[in-house]
Write a protein that binds this ligand. Structure first.
Ligand code: AMP
Ligand code: MG
Length: 499
């Protein structure tokens, strides 16, 4: 297919709704040009969401546009201000230190805003360079798309462009820009920013903006701001339940990285659980383990309390704003978590003892540390009934994940006893379990392999991995090697906040 002559001529209508807020909320500024950009990775699914012509990425102009060198018509680029609690401590003013919100469009698939991450310095860069390195940009691109395919609420990523521009981190790396796409990028910290300065009008303006743009149903509620806070709490509970079910660890759950829309936001030193350890710290910079797998549900609640405190000017009484969290978050988290775990375990309908069985299962995983993803995927294929004589053979795929085979047998007995309480034909149950237990997740070693090749100028592995992770629940025999445990070279991989 021939690329069109000027891509900008056939773009859908575009505007920037956030720019309708008063100027105090942001600084308008153009992205900083990135010399000689090239396309590193591209998501056809996100292009389709935006209604972009399918042949766009074939044009060299595509990389120019998404490096920020050519502006989409109708865009009003800006960097937004926010504040936040980082690692539990008030950090004061932050903001889009390296993100430019270009604007958005509305179409049949929703309202989509487009943001360039890594396109240069802004007034909120706090002395940093406004750039992002290729390594972290590939990780964000791949993980956003992998999470969406897993069914986890998340921001999306249209593409990564790279350039040879050197960027200094622990060593010299090269620059890249990720184009993020989401209905909106407002953070808990966007509210905390104004509340911390006693700017009550601004807190209200921001809440009105969020309600009118994203949550019109809250406007007709008896108490719109209370309804908004409850909506955020419920969605955050659902999001974290999904994280726990796929073994995702965000790594930096600071309040400035929490989306007011309940989307997974700001992919940095995230990880997917491999050998199960609820206390796993995926972020090498998280010295005290604040953001371990097991802490995520509590941290999300703590962050919601920060948001509730920021809503005080709107709700007047602390007991009201905190109640909005207490009455909504825990319930949403638990309901979704139990629903997702029942799906993973093949439990057809709910029984009162399921919570206890799920807890027992996590205790068992903690004690024996099988690979989290392989455990559930392998379990999906086992039969509900097994004869004593044949069990070693029938259950071999799962038993092989354990050193202590007898412990595995013991847990399987309990699982089968539970299955028998809500019978479900094996074929149907197995199909349902395979649709609930991914075969492919973005293991660190997979990301690292794609990054190393990309750093050497070969982007084909980024595309192969993206394609594999776009169907995480499908067997895809051609990608079977991507479902494997980390190879020896990957044992010591560490990911930190450096990006
Ligand atoms: P993060 O830990 O990635 O969520 O970043 C925290 C804050 O630092 C955000 O406000 C970022 O915009 C900002 N930031 C991180 N890295 C850079 C960078 N290289 N240049 C400018 N700002 C940055
Ligand atoms: Mg951030």
């Amino acid at each position: 297919m021939n690329a069109p002559e000027n891509l900008l001529n056939d773009l859908p209508a575009f505007d920037n709704s956030f720019a309708a807020l008063p100027e105090a909320f942001y600084t308008r500024l153009a992205p900083q040009p990135l010399p000689d950009p090239y396309l590193v990775g591209y998501s056809p699914e996100v292009a389709a969401l935006l209604g972009l012509p399918a042949d766009w990425p074939n044009s060299p102009q595509f990389a120019e546009i998404f490096a920020g060198n050519q502006l989409l018509p109708g865009s009003a680029p800006l960097a937004a201000v926010y504040s936040g609690h980082q690692f539990g401590v008030w950090a004061g003013q932050l903001g889009d230190g390296r993100a430019h919100l270009l604007g958005g469009l509305r179409n049949d698939s929703g309202h989509w805003e487009i943001q360039l991450k890594g396109a240069g310095r802004t007034p909120y860069s706090r002395g940093a360079d406004g750039r992002a390195v290729l390594r972290s940009s590939i990780r964000e691109f791949l993980c956003s798309e992998a999470m969406a395919a897993l069914g986890v609420p998340t921001t999306r990523a249209l593409c990564v462009v790279g350039a040879d521009l050197p960027v200094r981190r622990e060593s010299i790396e090269t620059a890249a820009v990720v184009t993020r796409v989401a209905p909106g990028f407002v953070r808990f910290g966007s509210f905390e920013h104004w509340a911390s300065r006693d700017k009550h009008d601004e807190v209200r303006q921001l809440a009105d903006y969020v309600i009118d743009t994203f949550r019109p149903q809250c406007r007709t509620a008896a108490h719109p701001y209370d309804a908004l806070l409850r909506d955020v709490a419920a969605r955050t509970g659902e999001m974290v339940a999904h994280w726990m079910a796929v073994g995702f660890m965000h790594g930096v759950m600071n309040t400035d990285n929490m989306s007011i829309l309940g989307l997974t936001l700001d992919y940095g030193p995230f990880g997917f659980m491999e050998a199960f350890d609820a206390g796993h710290i995926c972020n090498h910079s998280d010295t005290y383990g604040r953001y371990t797998y097991r802490n995520q549900p509590h941290v999300a609640q703590w962050n919601l309390y920060c948001l509730a405190d920021a809503f005080l000017p709107l709700l007047k009484r602390p007991e009201i704003s905190r109640a909005a969290i207490d009455e909504t978050y825990g319930e949403a988290f638990e309901t979704h978590f139990e629903r997702l775990l029942r799906g993973k375990l093949g439990l057809r309908t709910a029984l009162p003892d399921d919570e206890a069985f799920i807890g027992e299962t996590f205790g068992f995983l903690q004690q024996h540390r099988p690979d989290f993803t392989l455990f559930f995927r392998t379990l999906s294929c086992l039969p509900a009934a097994v004869d004593r004589e044949n069990r070693a053979k029938t259950d071999a795929p799962l038993r092989d994940l354990f050193v202590d085979r007898a412990a595995c047998d013991g847990w399987l007995d309990n699982w089968r006893a539970r299955l028998a309480q809500t019978p479900w034909p094996d074929a149907e149950r197995q199909t349902a379990m395979l649709a609930a237990n991914p075969k492919y997740v973005l293991r660190n070693w997979l990301a690292e392999q794609a990054i190393r090749q990309a750093q050497a100028g070969d982007f084909s592995e980024v595309e192969r991995l993206r394609r594999c992770l776009s169907q995480p629940y499908a067997e895809q025999p051609e990608f079977a090697a991507y479902a494997a445990l980390p190879p020896d070279w990957a044992r010591g991989l560490e990911v930190s906040c450096s990006s």
